[in-house]
Design a protein around this ligand. Structure first.
Ligand SMILES: [Zn+2]
Length: 1089
């Protein structure tokens, strides 16, 4: 959400309110005047300026105001004027920036706010733009009366930070479906929408910030702020352009002085401009600044601790006595530092930061750097300034502060870095695990990257309210509680794995992302992809028995395969501009495809060459910014030195084919009659090939290798042959004879699927049935996943794909099982509302029950993590398919807990299934018990399990009430949890139609709740749709809410493509599978008809 979305009605009425209330003018007021120069908005200014006193600025002005009727009249005038002239102005207005600083925006998706009929969009749901707090006065004592909350709070996005891993936590199928407009998008929607250039000019470079912030966490939530920014002049300029958002400044406090002359009375600023749409403040100077000189811009400002979990925000929790305690904390990535203090808010504009935080005596403040000193605040009893040491040069999005009454555990790494983990007092014991493995991970990464951790300390803090999974702020990593806290008694093995994974991810970022940062958000994937792969290496180091390197394929690679096989996927490397576009790329493609292709690269380069190249790259670009080509260059140099890559081949040549184009190939291996040679072709793999128009132009550099029956060596993962992007077909010779199988893509390190001729498939199936352990665990998972997906896309018969499942009776490893059930999941979803479901259910039940019996219902503390995962999978499926023993056990355990609520004997690993099935089978008593337990628990992972379980009831009225409780947030469900509630109801076959109706009926309310269209909610509610009627409804919904969808518009396109595919699938496969099940003895018919 950008402020550019306000409707004129709001703007005008805001102006009127302001005049009536006699409040100070600020920010927005002056913005309107300055809007007169904006293209596209030119006509609205005609209306605005009449309502605007001359030179409206921050000073108190008497001015005049217009009546409401007049405002509407002017508005009408504006709309008609705009219709007549707006487009002309829009296309032909000169750009205010020289071309040298322009960013080309290639995004073609229309966005709300880009069009002239904005008035019609649901402006009533959108927050307004100005605060109603009093003006700042640094000497004023803090007010303790809570003023009416201003209505310009920032609006939340759905979880964007570390989103990819959030999905892993949820155990869902993967990612937000974020997609580019497909070639099928109607032409009129593909017209390029010209957007303003949102990039800052490069004439000034920030060098150092001094930031003073006094947040009234326990008062009226206002923030008194002061900033000094020292800048170097790179090119002469008479304008200072920087970012500002939802902050009130006072023009008369803005000062510009030469850096070497602090006593200077100040250079003259002739005009203060606020570019509302681009979130800019522009100081127009009388004289241009001289190149090579340094200046300091300073100003006072007033901010507000919003409750939307981004920028500098407030949140609260209840202590053990039930008292409400307040916290002020930050979330700046990607574009919200500008909402905390005026700054050059681009990742490429690094500077050093000296932070002062004002806090009350019984609270603590922490920031990126260690505390330098604490000084009492003059004339404010009980208040102190905490001054922190100056930081290393870093990007604004990594700056962080927290003011809280939390406590900490501490330790020191081998290299002497001080390490602290913070949490609220009542749960600090759950931070012991983080305190144990955190320093180990940090030390390990120092060794892995061969670059010392550059800060003297590392703080990590677990907050009760945090929108993402965690955020890698340098030296102050902020986590959601479920991502850092782990309670051995009440958390599942999965939670421990998640905490380990997130910590490894964030700590990896301290190098990859923090020391060297992408120049611009286009290269975000590199940051996230790297951290998402290196997290496995870190995790493997601290928990070697977990075999996490094997789990990578199911968690990450196979899950993103399912997204990147859509026509409407998008390339990893994507041009982005405005905050909406930037937010969109924190998606499954960036995280999961990014890490999958990095894994592929490590295997073709070897880990030694990769680490060498990486260390050189980090050293070269330390405290600076880089692009993907810079990394490719350093990796190529290392690989050529080590001889791991042919000298005529570069990493860039290979990797460009994976990063600049979307999708991935299927490699078709067709063996000769005697088997000794094979024709190998590559083609873009699409789930629904029928609609493809342009996939022939896609091709990749593909590393090929294989193992065979005669030489079942699955350890060598380097390429035997490179298939070039110019080659659509090659011949591979020296294969074994035709009666022996071959399996390509050893350990599934290549980002591609493999299909074979039927004979080779049958040889593989024979091997699996005879002795599956000959084939590597990862390749067993690959075979299942590839075969089922190839069948789904029509490349392979279901007879062969389902025949593979028959070996699973002997399978004991978790990873192949997980691939198998993941693939069945989509089959079940497609069948769930059809007559054939009963037969499929019996077939799967017969397959799962032996696994269920082998692992047993009872938790055994001595079981390995993988056995615990297996049990969880088996129980979840057995109960879901109605296995009586599983259901009875679940109901009995839950009943026992209800009888003695203080003693919960249910193993954390099986809680999800037990709670869900007991609530499903029970009534309002079971549901209300869960609700009461939810209110009582202090363990964050337990609240998540309970929230999901309450969505399992089959009672419609309970589900309806549950949805109503989640929106708005004043009924016990936090904002960050409301999407969990909605998704839980939507996932329930009984709840899905209810959730869909609820969403449509309450769109305005839900939109307002999040401040924008929530991608996760839209994805979850459309997930099981596969009928023509549902498709129509979704299309209608998309049409009706086109203007509000914003960053979620791709999610909707993705959903529509998926539903369309599923309908086609049902038409061509449903009956075949029903017939196949019949042939296996699983009839769909009623026996006595
Ligand atoms: Zn990350």
């Amino acid at each position: 959400m950008t402020e550019g979305n306000f409707s004129l009605v709001e703007m005008v009425s805001l102006q009127m309110n302001r005049r009536h209330s006699g409040q100070h003018d600020f920010y927005l007021s002056s913005t309107l005047k300055d809007h007169a120069k904006k293209r596209r908005m030119s006509s609205d200014i005609v209306a605005m300026d009449m309502a605007q006193p001359e030179n409206a600025a921050f000073a108190k002005k008497s001015g005049f105001f217009i009546s409401r009727g007049m405002a509407w009249f002017l508005l009408l005038l504006f709309v008609s004027g705009l219709l007549a002239t707006g487009l002309l102005v829009y296309y032909y207005a000169p750009d205010p920036y020289p071309s040298s600083v322009q960013e080309k925006h290639q995004q073609e998706t229309p966005r709300p706010g880009d069009v002239t009929s904005e008035v019609e969009s649901p402006s009533a749901h959108r927050p307004k733009t100005t605060t109603s707090t009093s003006s700042p006065s640094t000497s004023a004592p803090p007010s303790t009366t809570t003023s009416a909350a201003p209505d310009n709070e920032e609006v939340p996005e759905e979880v964007v930070v570390e989103r990819g891993r959030e999905d892993v936590l949820e155990g869902e199928d993967g990612e937000e479906g974020e997609i580019m407009p497909s070639p099928d998008t109607p032409e009129e929607e593909r017209q390029p929408t010209k957007k303003p250039n949102v990039r800052l000019p490069r004439s000034l470079k920030p060098v150092h910030y001094q930031i003073k912030l006094q947040p009234f966490v326990r008062g009226n939530f206002s923030i008194f702020g002061y900033v000094e920014i020292e800048m170097e002049v790179l090119e002469p300029t008479a304008e200072i352009v920087l970012h500002i958002l939802n902050i009130e400044t006072h023009n008369d406090t803005v000062k510009l002085q030469p850096a070497d002359n602090p006593g200077h009375s100040g250079l003259k600023i002739v005009k203060h401009e606020y570019d509302h749409e681009r979130e800019f403040y522009i100081a127009h100077l009388e004289e241009p600044l001289e190149q090579g000189q340094y200046y300091v811009l300073s100003m006072n400002f007033l901010g507000y601790l919003n409750d939307k979990l981004k920028g500098f925000y407030r949140s609260s929790y209840k202590d053990e006595e039930g008292n409400e305690r307040w916290i002020a904390s930050t979330q700046f990535q990607p574009t919200h530092a500008r909402a905390a203090f005026p700054c050059f808010d681009e990742p490429g504009m690094k500077a050093t930061f000296e932070v002062f935080l004002g806090r009350e005596e019984n609270m603590t403040s922490i920031s990126n750097m260690p505390l330098a000193e604490t000084l009492p605040l003059d004339d404010q009893e009980g208040w102190y300034w905490d001054r922190f040491n100056t930081s290393v040069p870093m990007s604004t999005y990594l700056v962080a502060f927290v003011v809280s009454d939390f406590v900490y555990l501490n330790s020191t790494t081998d290299n002497g870095t001080s390490f602290r983990v913070w949490a609220r007092e009542s749960v600090i014991d759950q931070a012991e695990y983080a305190n144990d493995i955190g320093p180990k991970l940090l030390s390990y990464f120092e060794d892995y990257f061969q670059v010392p951790y550059p800060l003297p300390k590392q703080d990590m803090i677990a907050l009760p309210n945090f929108l993402g999974g965690a955020m890698e702020n340098w030296g102050l990593i902020i986590y959601r509680e479920t991502s850092m806290l782990f309670d051995l008694e009440s958390s599942a093995a999965e939670n421990q794995r998640w905490v380990t994974l997130v910590m490894a991810h964030e700590l990896a970022h301290q190098w990859f992302g923090n020391i060297v940062t992408p120049k611009w958000w286009d290269d975000l994937w590199l940051n996230e992809g790297f951290a998402s792969f290196v997290q496995y290496i870190g995790m493997d180091h601290v928990q070697p028995s977990w075999k996490v390197m094997e789990q990578f394929v199911i968690d990450t690679l196979q899950s993103v395969f399912a997204l990147d096989c859509l026509e409407s996927s998008h390339p990893i490397s994507l041009k982005v501009g405005d905050p909406d576009e930037i937010s969109q790329i924190f998606d499954g493609i960036s995280y999961n495809k990014g890490s999958s292709i990095i894994r592929m690269m490590i295997h073709f380069l070897t880990e030694a060459s990769l680490r060498k190249g990486l260390t050189n790259y980090l050293e070269e670009f330390k405290y600076n910014n880089a692009e993907q080509d810079d990394l490719w260059k350093y990796l190529t140099m290392a690989a050529h030195e080590d001889g791991t890559l042919p000298t005529d081949l570069t990493v860039k040549t290979i990797m460009d084919t994976w990063t600049l184009q979307m999708g991935y190939p299927v490699i078709n291996v067709t063996r000769s009659p005697d088997g000794t040679t094979a024709t190998v072709t590559q083609e873009r793999y699409l789930l629904n090939k029928k609609d493809s128009r342009d996939d022939s132009k896609y091709s990749w550099w593909v590393p090929l290798n294989y193992a065979s029956q005669g030489n079942p060596n699955f350890t060598v993962t380097s390429p035997l042959v490179w298939m070039k992007d110019s080659e659509s077909e090659i011949t591979v010779s020296s294969l074994p004879s035709g009666d022996e199988w071959v399996i390509f893509n050893v350990q599934e390190t290549g980002f591609y699927r493999v299909n074979y001729d039927d004979d080779n498939w049958n040889l593989i199936i024979e091997q699996l049935k005879a002795d599956h352990e000959v084939i590597h665990t990862i390749n067993r998972a690959q075979i299942i996943d590839d075969a089922m997906d190839l069948a789904r896309a029509g490349h392979l018969s279901y007879e062969i794909a389902l025949d593979i499942y028959t070996y699973l009776g002997n399978e004991t490893e978790y990873v192949p099982w997980k691939s198998a059930v993941n693939k069945l999941e989509s089959l079940v979803e497609l069948f769930e509302r059809t007559g054939g479901y009963g037969a499929l259910q019996s077939y799967i039940k017969d397959m799962i029950v032996p696994l269920y019996e082998s692992v047993g219902f009872e938790h055994n503390a001595s079981d390995s993590l993988l056995t615990q995962f297996k049990r969880k999978t088996a129980l979840s499926w057995a109960c879901r398919l109605g296995h009586q023993d599983c259901l009875d056990n679940s109901a009995a355990l839950y009943r026992q807990w209800m009888e003695d609520p203080q003693t919960n004997t249910i193993s954390p690993n099986i809680k999800e299934t037990v709670y869900c099935r007991a609530i499903e089978a029970g009534g309002d008593k079971e549901w209300e018990f869960a609700w009461n337990m939810f209110l009582e628990t202090t363990v964050a992972s337990e609240t998540l399990v309970l929230l999901k379980a309450m969505g399992c009831t089959k009672k419609i009225w309970l589900l309806s009430r549950y949805l109503e409780m989640a929106f708005p947030t004043d009924r016990g469900i936090k904002l960050q949890d409301s999407e969990v509630v909605f998704s839980a109801v939507a996932k329930n076959p009984v709840g899905r139609p209810l959730a869909w109706t609820f969403l449509r009926d309450n769109w305005g309310k839900i939109y307002k709740h999040y401040g924008k269209a929530n991608r996760r909610i839209l994805k979850s509610v459309t997930a099981g749709f596969n009928t023509r009627q549902q498709l129509k409804e979704v299309q209608l919904f998309q049409e009706e809410h086109k203007r509000d969808l914003g960053a979620a518009s791709r999610t909707m396109e993705n959903a529509i493509e998926r539903i369309t595919n599923d309908i086609a699938w049902m038409d061509s496969n449903y009956q075949n599978i029903v017939d196949w099940l019949e042939s296996q003895g699983y009839s769909s018919k009623v026996s006595n008809i």
